[in-house]
Design a protein around this ligand. Structure first.
Ligand SMILES: [Fe+2]
Length: 324
């Protein structure tokens, strides 16, 4: 099912959800245990909880209940799909907003894939025109560490927006305590963004703008690329056009690290451990490095030098793809 947002509605078109920011990225992987080890030992995230029955694992350094979710390809959540993006997930202010905006979207004829009660968050899932799934969710429990840790086996009840009294609390943490996994190679603060390469760029752009409700920061439906963000004002998602040599799908997931010095030290440790760097860049806007996870999913670790959108706006498309 695809969201029905179209470019013909113009810039004044109605928008639906209004997220704060990207909360997590969920990935399909071939072996969830192997990937959990990698994301703890190399990427530097802590295990938040696992759901072995459905072959899934979740990691966080404290930013939110999970920065990265992993589902195994041959498990019930992976459904036999190849390794890559499962979904991007955008954090809303409250469940009251989630329910109200969902109702308006349904009334306007927008279609969604499913809705879900995750215990700590309530969520709605839809797809962009390429079939990349997005999630919009609101936390319904503030103390997620208490509510979700270790092995989680609790079955998920059926839930549709409004079927339980919506929670009006802002349950996200504005200034969370971020933990460092000192023994790991990298030390990320959080997952900050995802970059997608799209066949149906214009329609996907409009879905992220009007349905998901992100604001364009760079570019528009007619540009070579676009970057959109939520109300916190960060660059949450980058959209690029599929071209020869640039296949559609997830291009990379971005994780911000503590400092440039920290990044330098991580690069030394990466080399000592015999891990390969796919690419590194040193630009006035951002210093960063790319590595691949065990399934070949590209991860960017970076520090911003100039976080304003201006520098990126004037980049050529290929530079921007790696710089976003
Ligand atoms: Fe999710």
């Amino acid at each position: 099912m695809k969201a029905k947002a179209t470019t013909s509605e113009g810039p004044e078109a109605q928008t639906f959800f209004r997220p704060r920011r990207l909360g997590h990225v969920n990935l399909v992987v071939d072996d969830v245990d192997r990937s959990m080890d990698f994301y703890m030992e190399v990427v530097g995230l802590e295990e938040a909880y696992r759901r072995p029955k459905v072959k899934a694992g979740f990691l966080s350094n404290g930013n939110t209940h999970h920065d990265i979710g992993l589902v195994e390809s041959d498990g019930p959540l992976g459904q036999g799909r190849p390794a890559g993006l499962n979904h991007t997930a955008f954090e809303l202010e409250t469940e009251v907003e989630l329910v109200a905006d969902y109702d308006r979207a349904i009334a306007a004829g927008i279609e969604f894939d499913r809705t879900s009660d995750h215990d700590i968050a309530h969520a709605v899932y839809g797809c962009d025109a390429d079939g990349n799934q997005y999630e919009v969710y609101a936390d319904v429990i503030r103390d997620w560490r208490q509510a979700r840790h270790g092995i989680v086996t609790k079955p998920k009840p059926d839930w549709t927006p409004g079927s339980t009294p919506p929670n009006g609390e802002k349950n996200y943490h504005r200034d969370p305590e971020i933990r460092r996994v000192e023994d790991a190679i990298f030390h990320p603060l959080r997952t900050t963004h995802a970059v997608l390469v799209l066949e149906n760029f214009e329609r996907a752009f409009e879905t992220y703008r009007t349905v998901v409700g992100l604001s364009p920061l760079i570019g528009d439906a007619d540009s070579d690329f676009a970057v959109l963000g939520g109300t916190v004002g960060e660059r949450d998602i980058g959209l690029f056009r599929a071209r020869r040599g640039r296949a559609p799908g997830l291009h990379h997931v971005g994780l911000r690290v503590w400092s440039e010095t920290d990044l330098e030290n991580s690069l030394k440790r990466l080399a000592e451990a015999g891990h390969e760097i796919e690419a590194a860049f040193d630009h006035p806007a951002r210093r960063g490095v790319y590595i691949k996870d065990p399934d070949g999913i590209r991860l960017q670790f970076y520090v911003d030098r100039d976080s304003s959108a201006g520098t990126l706006r004037h980049c050529d498309e290929e530079t921007a793809l790696y710089l976003v």
